[in-house]
Design a protein around this ligand. Structure first.
Ligand code: HEM
Ligand SMILES: *[C@@H]1O[C@H](CO)[C@@H](O)[C@H](O)[C@H]1NC(C)=O
Ligand SMILES: *[C@@H]1O[C@H](CO)[C@@H](O)[C@H](O)[C@H]1NC(C)=O
Length: 325
């Protein structure tokens, strides 16, 4: 009897100390068994219309998870009384196609009566992220589900919670560490910059005014620096956005790491992963071994999806992803 009691206490303690206990694969098996194929179909349709869907969805997921957890708070629109996360200056120009993808997938899910308003926007974003990564040639993985949508979205919450393109390794590790992600997780996730675009303003200091002695960042490959200067004039044109992966911009692959070895990381926060000796070995390994990278990436994005998950009274399933119920 005492043993049984001890055992159940141990079980309760173990259960409550594991943050990911609430998330699991096939969470919707009884409620909406086809949810994953419905979402994949909607995402594939959007992908066929524009490739931007891929980077837009991935970055939306990242920014959602790092600000108040993976709870779709980033999708909520501002109102007259509340300036939402997405309108923070650091919204770093989240592309509209990411929001549109989630809204379309949600509409497709809600067409099935048993699914209507039962699948969270946060889970739809997690599924869509998994789908765009595999559509772009990245690894396929089983996605954990069971998140609720958050009840708050405030621009002020963004402050200090997102990494900056000028960040060094210690700053990156600190911000990812706060989200229970290791240095290796951070390096694997940074490889998301294998797809997508950046505006010139995010890196033009590296091209023209790095330091007094070196106007051009010496860690930049010389030819690449010249190429970037020709695409991004000294006077920044905010309309210009360039590929972040100059070699295979539409493929989710490990070219990101090979680029770093060649001084072709676009941001300081990218290139530092190679220039800093503490992270270089990982970059070299993943540049050489795509499958090892894929495994590390799947582990890292799964952990990213567990950040700050809402359950119980801390959340609900939003009827409209862009508005609180
Ligand atoms: C490590 C620190 C990181 C920094 C400093 C950073 C910063 C940035 C910046 C400045 C841009 C360009 C935004 C623009 O000019 O429009 C960008 C784009 C992007 N980032 Fe990151 N990022 C980081 C990590 C990540 C991670 C972990 C992911 C995914 C999990 C990610 C996914 C993306 C994607 C997909 C884009 C392209 C967006 C598009 O084309 O619409 N980033 N990032
Ligand atoms: C943030 O988003 C708003 C509206 O969605 C946009 O007008 C603004 O230019 C964005 N800010 C930046 C810095 O990209
Ligand atoms: C990190 O993990 C701890 C322990 O499992 C948990 O209490 C905390 O909420 C997690 N942090 C985030 C941001 O998810």
């Amino acid at each position: 009897m005492t043993r049984l009691l001890t055992l159940s206490i141990i079980c309760i303690v173990l259960w409550s100390s594991s943050t990911s206990a609430q998330l699991r694969r096939n969470f919707y098996a009884n409620i909406c068994p086809n949810v994953e194929s419905i979402v994949r179909q909607a995402v594939t349709l959007k992908f066929q219309q524009t490739f931007v869907t891929v980077p837009a969805v991935i970055r939306l997921f990242f920014h959602d998870c790092f600000v108040q957890g993976c709870d779709a708070s980033v999708i909520v629109a501002s109102t007259a009384r509340n300036k939402a996360e997405k309108d923070h200056p650091d919204n770093l120009s989240l592309a509209g196609d990411g929001f549109d993808t989630v809204i379309k997938a949600k509409a497709a899910v809600d067409q099935i009566p048993s699914c209507r308003n039962r699948v969270s926007c946060a889970d739809i974003l997690a599924m869509a992220t998994r789908d765009v990564i595999s559509l772009a040639g990245g690894p396929s993985y089983a996605v954990e589900l069971g998140r609720l949508d958050g009840l708050r979205s405030n621009a002020a919450d963004v402050n200090g919670n997102l990494p900056q393109p000028t960040s060094n390794l210690d700053q990156l590790n600190a911000i990812f560490g706060r989200n229970n992600l290791t240095q290796d997780d951070m390096i694997a996730l940074s490889a998301c910059h294998t797809v997508g675009f950046s505006h010139c303003s995010k890196f033009s200091t590296r091209l023209y005014s790095f330091s007094r002695q070196n106007p051009v960042d010496p860690s930049l490959n010389k030819n690449y620096a010249a190429q970037l200067q020709s695409m991004c004039p000294r006077i920044v044109d905010p309309r210009i956005a360039i590929n972040m992966d100059p070699t295979t911009p539409r493929i989710f692959d490990n070219a990101y790491f090979k680029n770093l070895q060649n001084g072709m990381g676009l941001f300081t926060s990218d290139q530092v992963l190679f220039t800093d000796r503490r992270s270089r070995l990982t970059v070299n390994t993943w540049a050489k071994r795509p499958l090892t990278f894929n495994n590390a990436f799947v582990q890292a994005i799964t952990k990213l999806g567990r950040v700050g998950v809402k359950t119980g009274r801390n959340g609900n399933v939003r009827f409209d992803c862009g508005r609180f119920n």
